[in-house]
Design a protein around this ligand. Structure first.
Ligand SMILES: Nc1ncnc2c1ncn2[C@@H]1O[C@H](COP(=O)(O)OP(=O)(O)OP(=O)(O)O)[C@@H](O)[C@H]1O
Ligand SMILES: Cc1cn([C@H]2C[C@H](O)[C@@H](COP(=O)(O)O)O2)c(=O)[nH]c1=O
Length: 215
């Protein structure tokens, strides 16, 4: 399949650990579907069998030997396969695809926080995606300590990246804030320190403002 051809809409949810992406996605899904839009939700890394296998390798707490560039390449490999198998066919069918993490995660985590560099990270990702970018990105911004506390007290498994030093997570957040400042048309920042219902409402407001004819 040609990776550039699309008729649907691609929306990504981004943010540091514990920002609430998964929670908000579930909250807004009924609102997105209300007017008859066909919506596919998925996540990165993962969403299909091969990419979920790559996810296990990347995130296993014992895989501390993975270096930053290997990590970047593994995320990009999972991304390409996920696009080809799941996301692009849905976009070609005219669906609204909402994805929990996409390229901006690589730029924030590997490009900024790991120090690999934004240009280097984008070059690998342009190769993996043939330049596909989301139509809209909702960046859920939350203070590092609040996000990490949510993850540590929540019920999801703790992974290798969660266990990185707080300093790395602070760099992730600063990276996202730069991405948002540099891409104001595509990336909308939402204060994810608010209550779940307030964050969900802000997310729907941003989506409706961008696609008034659909939602
Ligand atoms: N706005 C909020 N206020 C309080 N708690 C929240 C809020 N949003 C999410 N949570 C809680 O924080 C925890 C993490 O939320 P969630 O898994 O949705 O975050 P996430 O961004 O998908 O995390 P990660 O990417 O680190 O997996 C969950 O226990 C969830 O109930
Ligand atoms: C896509 C992508 C993800 N990451 C990191 C971000 C998180 O620490 C994990 C994914 O776990 P989640 O519970 O699904 O949020 O992977 C990254 O560093 N780079 C990426 O491109």
């Amino acid at each position: 399949m040609s990776i550039n051809k699309k008729k649907g809409i691609l929306i990504s949810l981004e943010g540091p650990e514990g920002a609430g992406k998964t929670t908000i996605l579930q909250e807004i899904l009924p609102h997105l579907e209300k007017n008859g839009a066909q919506v596919l939700t998925t996540r990165e890394p993962g969403g299909i069998r091969i990419a979920e296998s790559i996810r296990e390798i990347i995130l296993a707490p014992e895989n501390t030997a993975i270096d930053g560039k290997t990590e970047l390449l593994l995320f990009a490999a999972a991304r390409r396969q996920h696009l080809n198998e799941k996301v692009l066919p849905a976009l070609a069918a005219g669906k609204v695809v909402v994805i929990d993490r996409f390229i901006d995660s690589s730029v924030a985590y590997q490009g900024y926080a790991r120090g690999i560099g934004v240009a280097e990270t984008m070059a690998i990702n342009d190769f993996a995606t043939d330049g596909l970018l989301p139509d809209l990105t909702l960046y859920l911004d939350v203070a590092t300590e609040i996000g990490l506390a949510r993850v540590m007290t929540g019920d999801r498994e703790i992974n290798r990246l969660d266990l990185e030093a707080a300093e790395m997570h602070r760099k992730v957040r600063a990276g996202y804030q730069k991405i948002a400042a540099e891409n104001p048309d595509r990336v909308k920042t939402i204060d994810a320190g608010q209550s779940i219902s307030e964050v969900a409402e802000a997310a729907m407001t941003a989506i409706t403002a961008k696609f008034p004819e659909i939602f």
